[in-house]
Design a protein around this ligand. Structure first.
Ligand SMILES: NC(=O)c1ccc[n+]([C@@H]2O[C@H](COP(=O)([O-])OP(=O)(O)OC[C@H]3O[C@@H](n4cnc5c(N)ncnc54)[C@H](OP(=O)(O)O)[C@@H]3O)[C@@H](O)[C@H]2O)c1
Length: 283
């Protein structure tokens, strides 16, 4: 496993396990347990995924010492603001059965970001949130939060995949000491990612699959990845990416797949912001 160093000096595994869209409690517990057995130590959940309790059960069942794990969760839009976020942090900790989090993120760059950040800074100073960061922030929003805060965001989790490579955004983060993290590294299979000929050809040279090429490409860019799978075979495949290296020619072939457009939605689209504002969960 490779590790990256966050602003706080904390080491974060460069490859972890995401649990978005594993809403069924038993399925989620089994998936996280299997991922931990397969060697994953970073788990990425969110209050909005409604599976923190299942993640917590799998952690206890695994028997892995707490200090060997790196657990991330996120505050949803309905809990933005100082006092709401303080309560949301407590509820997440209770559901996960933990007394601290390795990383806590603002899930979406909307509503009272500064109020939430003040709550997160307080919990960070108190040692409950070892690292704090954001998700889906553009460079302008990231800078605004950084220059007007006491603790700067350690990480920004954004969509990055072969069709939406985000080179400028990643370069900006890296120049400013913010760790980039990719969500939907496989674009959730959109645009036929798993059957992309360029990726198949490169994988064929190393005896690796398309997804292993994608994860390796992200890792070589210094990005943290959190692939999701409910299949133990795929979990094993997705973590087996530290024994080969892509060369410059292969990296430039992959660069040619960039469309510059999200495979999902733009976080600056007013209609999308209105839709997200209406997404309420029982959390
Ligand atoms: N911050 C945000 O706004 C945000 C948004 C989206 C996601 N995320 C985080 O990022 C994580 C990853 O993103 P994601 O789950 O949306 O999408 P993803 O990792 O791009 O794709 C997951 C899909 O790929 C399939 N898959 C996984 N490994 C495979 C393999 N080796 N071969 C073939 N198919 C494979 C999975 O199917 P099976 O499960 O059937 O194997 C699943 O359908 C999430 O779980 C979540 O933690 C964050």
């Amino acid at each position: 496993m490779n590790f990256v160093t966050l602003k706080s000096g904390a080491l974060m595994p460069q490859l972890g396990f995401g649990v978005y869209q594993i809403q069924d409690a038993l399925e989620c517990e089994e998936a996280v347990y299997a991922a931990l057995q397969a060697g994953y130590r970073l788990i990425d959940t969110a209050a909005a995924y409604q599976n923190e309790e299942a993640v917590g059960k799998a952690i206890i069942r695994s028997g892995i010492p707490r200090d060997e794990l790196f657990i991330t969760t996120k505050v949803w839009v309905q809990d933005m603001g100082y006092s709401q976020t303080l309560k949301a942090i407590d509820r997440s900790l209770t559901r996960l059965g933990l007394d601290y989090l390795d990383l806590y993120l603002i899930h979406q760059p909307y509503s009272d970001v500064f109020g939430s950040w003040r709550a997160m800074e307080e919990k960070h100073d108190g040692g409950i949130l070892r690292n704090i960061g954001v998700s889906n922030f553009t460079p302008d929003r990231l800078t605004d939060l950084t220059v007007f805060s006491h603790v700067a965001p350690a990480l920004n989790q954004i969509e990055i995949n072969p069709f939406y490579q985000q080179h400028d955004n990643v370069a900006f983060m890296q120049a400013n000491g913010v760790q980039p993290q990719s969500w939907a590294s496989f674009a959730e299979g959109r645009n036929n990612l798993f059957q992309t000929p360029v990726l198949q050809t490169i994988g064929g040279k190393y005896g690796k699959s398309v997804v292993q090429v994608v994860l390796r490409w992200l890792i070589q860019r210094g990005i943290v990845v959190i692939p999701k799978s409910v299949s133990p075979e795929r979990m094993a495949q997705n973590i087996d990416v530290f024994n080969f290296e892509l060369n410059e020619e292969e990296l430039s072939l992959i660069a040619g797949l960039d469309t510059g457009v999200s495979c999902f939605h733009s976080h600056t689209d007013p209609e999308r912001i209105k839709n997200i504002a209406g997404l309420h969960f029982d959390i």
